[in-house]
Design a protein around this ligand. Structure first.
Ligand code: CLF
Ligand code: SF4
Length: 499
């Protein structure tokens, strides 16, 4: 009996919070709010800066990948033939190779290794991701745990979105696209043949009413949580074209970040209802005109490629054929090396090559509001990464983790603490300095073992000001790291020459 109770005591230990109890600032942190996605202007800018769909500039520099894990759909759009991919984001008539969540992770890691520009992984079909919640959430969770530097994105028709917002937030999904073609149930009845909701099939105006209501509840919930929302609308001449500017006004009221008005594709050979009844596609001039009118309300995306549910690469290219699942090594590789290599590549892109020719530091910042160094190491579930050189600094990306310290008054097991710490240290691979408000002894020692320095001197200071100052203090470290990297590169060249 005694032994048992000793074991119970030994298996738990105070959370990081109680070890840091001398720091009164800790108690002011509202952890439930902290978990919300950052919606400050700096936070929003950082969310779009390397997302090829959300930023016109980013699509020349960064790549996306779709994981086709979601076969089923819960509605029937008249521009979709269910033999093919979801036409809400894909061109109709395209068939993608369906993957299991585990296959999806293997493929994602192979693509991340081969395409250093990869910044975002999305689920966009072949059906609706949220009509397949188990497969979709399992895939997102696997990617989130194994690939901390990747942004997660989904595209949905919105019917069950509101039921999944909490889970998406927990998984760190920062970007959600909802296809909303109309807010008018009579128009909706001409676009959707049926919906399947809570065990019943609905048609006509009733189906439209339920779908629109659920879509609007979904985007309101996303806005509340600070998840960046893009709305796709398929422009269907004579049906919803005149209504789209009014829709965009409503989207603005609901804090939608971007509106992507896509032209209907209705080739008879695709076998869609609209294709078979001869519904015409919009002319380019008509599309431009509607985008112009809608653009007064919400920024318009004009570079969409209506890509496949298994699209891979830069938006203008599709390299999906290079990554068939049969050709992918079934043994998972060491992702930390892939991540560090991608970090260097993306640093070079963002600094226009300066990081390749000068000494630099990769700095991970524990921040809640993206403007100040305002988190304890153990309370961060995301570190923002910056490249710092002698004269400049740039935001280069993020590393998402499960926070080391639970931050509440519940005891957390030693195993959970240590697992979280190990995965955090692994996620910070390639980082030179960590800036945070405070840190306990175990994580500090674990970081030191990985040759990562921790700096708490800038606690609660502005990130920009701190980064402008820090290079002069750590220039010798930057030089020694740079020389070490040069040496490794030189050795690689020599090895290649020998071969
Ligand atoms: Fe994919 Fe969509 Fe995310 Fe982009 S695509 S889920 S937001 S990562 Fe982009 Fe492709 Fe257009 Fe989509 S170009 S179809 S808008
Ligand atoms: Fe097709 Fe997508 Fe519409 Fe479902 S939501 S019917 S998969 S276009």
């Amino acid at each position: 009996m005694d032994n048992n109770s000793d074991t119970t005591k030994a298996a738990t230990r105070p959370s990081c919070k109680s070890k840091c109890e001398s720091d009164t600032l800790t108690s002011n942190i509202n952890l439930s709010k902290e978990r919300r996605a950052d919606a400050t202007p700096a936070g929003v800018k950082q969310k779009v800066i390397n997302h090829p769909c959300y930023s016109n500039d980013a699509h020349h520099k960064y790549a996306r990948m779709h994981l086709p894990v979601a076969p089923a759909c819960n509605i029937q759009c008249n521009y979709c033939n269910r033999k093919y991919d979801c036409a809400n984001e894909s061109r109709p008539g395209v068939v993608s190779e369906l993957l299991t969540p585990k296959q999806a992770l293997l493929k994602a890691q192979a693509v991340a290794k081969a395409i250093p520009q990869l910044s975002v992984i999305g689920i966009a079909g072949p059906g609706d991701p949220l009509a397949n919640p188990v497969r979709t959430m399992e895939t997102l969770a696997l990617i989130r745990a194994a690939m901390p530097d990747i942004k997660l994105c989904i595209s949905t028709n919105g019917l069950t979105l509101v039921d999944h917002v909490d889970e998406l937030l927990k998984l760190g999904v920062d970007h959600v696209t909802v296809t909303i073609n109309t807010l008018d149930e009579v128009i909706a009845a001409q676009i959707y043949k049926w919906i399947y909701f809570e065990g019943r099939r609905y048609e006509g105006v009733e189906a439209g009413r339920i779908l629109i209501q659920r879509q609007m509840e979904g985007i309101a919930a996303l806005a509340k949580e600070g998840i960046l929302t893009k709305v796709n609308s398929v422009m269907i001449p004579g049906i919803n074209d005149g209504h789209l500017p009014e829709l965009s006004r409503e989207l603005r009221r609901n804090k939608v970040f971007l509106h992507n008005i896509m032209p209907l594709i209705s080739k008879p050979e695709h076998g869609t209802f609209f294709g078979l009844v001869g519904q015409r596609e919009p002319l380019t001039t008509e599309l431009d005109e509607v985008r112009e009118l809608a653009g007064g309300n919400v920024s318009q995306m004009k570079h969409c490629q209506q890509c496949r549910a298994d699209a891979v690469g830069m938006l203008e290219e599709d390299r999906s054929a290079e990554f068939s699942i049969e050709d992918i090594n079934p043994e998972p590789e060491d992702y930390t090396q892939t991540m560090a290599g991608r970090c260097r590549f993306q640093s070079a892109v963002i600094s226009k090559g300066v990081s390749e020719t000068e000494a630099s530091l990769v700095v991970a910042v524990a921040t809640k509001n993206s403007e100040q160094i305002d988190l304890h190491f153990g309370h961060a579930d995301c570190f923002k990464l910056y490249l710092v050189t002698k004269n400049q600094h740039h935001f280069i990306g993020e590393r998402r983790i499960t926070r080391y310290c639970s931050g509440d008054n519940h005891e957390q097991s030693i195993e959970t603490n240590e697992t979280n710490l190990q995965t955090t240290i692994k996620a910070l691979h390639g980082v030179d300095l960590v800036l945070c408000c405070r840190i306990g002894t175990p994580p500090s020692e674990a970081l030191a073992q990985e040759n990562i320095r921790v700096v708490i001197d800038y606690a609660y200071h502005a990130i920009d000001v701190s980064l402008a100052d820090i290079y002069s203090r750590y220039a010798p470290l930057a030089h020694s790291k740079w020389q070490a990297r040069q040496k490794v590169e030189q050795q690689k060249v020599e090895q290649r020459e020998v071969i």
